[in-house]
Structure formats: structure tokens, C-alpha cells
Ligand binder design. Sequence first.
Ligand code: NAD
Ligand code: LMR
Length: 342
Amino acid sequence: ALRDSCTPKAQKQHQRSWKNPQPQASYKVAVLGAVGGIGQSLALLIKMSPLVSNLHLYDIANVKGVAADLSHCNTPSQVLDFTGASELANCLKGVNVVVIPAGVPRKPGMTRDDLFNINANIVKTLVEAVADNCPDAFIYIISNPVNSTVPIVAEVLKQKGVYDPKKLFGVITLDVVRANTFVAQKKNLKLIDVDVPVVGGHVGITILPLLSKTKPSVSFTDDEIHELTVRIQNAGTEVVEAKAGAGSATLSMAYAAARFVESSLCALDGDSNVYECSFIESDLTELPFFASRVKLGKKGIEAVISSDFQGLTEYEQKALEALKPELKSSIEKGIGFAQKQT
Ligand code: NAD
Ligand code: LMR
């Protein structure tokens, strides 16, 4: 059931299921890039949500078929299709949540930063339309490189005079999902119980799983910590190589993004106990953006959970310092790109 995609706590609190849609479906969600590998699966998972009343699908081509297909599912949301720039404004009007997986994925041998030139422009154009048509919406950025695309979006929104840092999220839930899965496998734990905060960013060493903060509390050898950390950091590349030219993670990413969307809809709907990790504007470190656990509420980020950073192990402390230069330069590259455009 989709409820498995919520944080364990949120899941226990909301005993809702797509088979039993009791709560009032009232939120409008737009997916930009909805025909892609992530977009289609994500649209299906969002279509299963009992909290969604309208699902708007946007892409540059082939949206009609995906929307017609999805619209036959007997779940509450009404599915509408929007194709190309001329229909983008209508797609976005009145929307509460905008999820952006538009852009090109990696092939073997590429870094996420190799996607910058294409994806930076795609994200910038889409977010300009978001600013013009639904400036109050929560914005979730999936398009890579997240460490740069999120700062680009912040700049674009600032230039448009509608930036609310509490409503802009880089989606790094896949790193959390992977960390939970790998830790549960390694330690023979029940998957649904495991929760590992992942902080920093969404590339290589900038992805820092705080294994010492794993819930339930679990002890690791030094070798296990290193092996798990490196596997979580390289998990995207693991999928890119296995797909051998056919793209990067799509299904696990859709699952992870659906969990993030559902969590934030739970928060919008009044649940006061919703926590997720996200790459956000932050003053936790000297860097302007940083991923950490946040508390979600009706107005977006209600609190940044700084307590995760107390009592870090020496390994985590070193890794935290080591990731900062790379993350800083990716952030600056994004900001520089957006400022150069004006
Ligand atoms: P894909 O190529 O399968 O789909 C991308 C979609 O975006 C396509 O349907 C394409 O038509 C659409 N698109 C391109 N330009 C557009 C525009 N201007 N407006 C609207 N739509 C546009 O790729 P994918 O596998 O779905 O991956 C999408 C992005 O997500 C990539 O950048 C990838 O690196 C990233 N990604 C991020 C994470 C994460 O954890 N944040 C995980 C996996 C993938
Ligand atoms: C991932 O972590 O799977 C994504 O960022 C896609 C990629 O290029 O690795």
C-alpha cells in the first residue's frame, strides 16, 4: 500500500489507504516532466493518494496518452494533461504542490554535473512559470544536479519577488530510502522500522548518511560504516551502470518522491508530526543550502532538526567537513548561472 511510503510515524498516524480513501481529497498537484521515467511512475503513485483532488501532468510531448491511461484508475483525483509551453500556465494555476522531474538523466561515465547545462535551463524556465502562476505552491526539485538546481530555483524565485525558502525542497528522499534499505539488509532489521537521516547534498561524498543516528539504535563496526556510507553515496551510479545507457533510477525515485509528496500533503492536511530529509536553504552550516531532516507543516518547513548534528562520530564529523567544498562550489555554480541570466 502507498502508506508504506510515508515515514513510519506518519504511517501509523494516518491509517489511510488508496483502497479506502476516507480523507477529503483536496490538494492539487502538478508534475512537470510527467512523461519521463520518473514522471510516469510518480504520477501513478500520486494518483493513488487519497489526499489529491487534481493531478496536472505537463511535458513537452506525449502527455495525452499518459493522462488518458491514468485517468481510468478509480481513485479520487481528476487527471488533466498539458503539453508544451503554451499550456504551462494553465497547468500551474491554483496548484498547491509542483514536482519537477523534468530534464535529462545520466548515462554511464557521466557525473550529475554533466547534466547542468541542459537541466539548468529547463528548471529555470519551468520555475519562472511557477513564480508567475502559483507563487505560493510547495516546489519539489528532482532534476539533477540537485545541489545546483535548487539554488537556481531560489534565485529565479527571488528575481520574481516570490521566494519563500520554507516552500522550496530538493528531493533527496531516495538517499534516505536507499540508506534505510541497505542498513536493514545488512543488520537484518525489519525495513519499515529503519530510519537513517541523510544530510549534506545529493552527489557522491556530499551525500552523508548519519548512521550513528539510525533508528532503531543499531551498532556498526567501522568497516560496516564505511561500506554502507560508500554504497549509499554511489547507489545512483550503481543504477546508472546497471541500466547501461537506458537512464538512471526511475522507479525507486518515483517511490521516494511519492513518499515526500504524501508526507507534505499529510503536513498540509494538519498532521503535526511529519519529518523528512530535504536539501533546503539552511543556516545549519556556513553553506547557504544544506540537506537535513526538517519538520513539515502547513506553511512548509516548520523547523530544521539540528539535534541530528549533536554527538556525531569522528567519521561523520570528518565526512561533514570533507563534503563542504564540493557542495559549496555546486551551490555557487547554480547561483552564478541564475544571476548571469538577468
Ligand atoms: P527521462 O528522460 O525519462 O524524463 C525526463 C522528462 O522530462 C521527459 O519526459 C522529457 O520530455 C521531460 N522534459 C524535458 N524538457 C522538459 C521541459 N522543458 N519541460 C517539461 N518537461 C521536459 O528522465 P528521468 O529518468 O525521469 O530523470 C529526470 C531527472 O531526474 C534527471 O535529471 C535525473 O538526473 C533526475 N533524478 C534525480 C534523482 C534525485 O534523487 N533527485 C533521482 C533520479 C533521477
Ligand atoms: C540517483 O541518485 O539515482 C539520481 O541522482 C540519478 C543519478 O544520476 O544517479
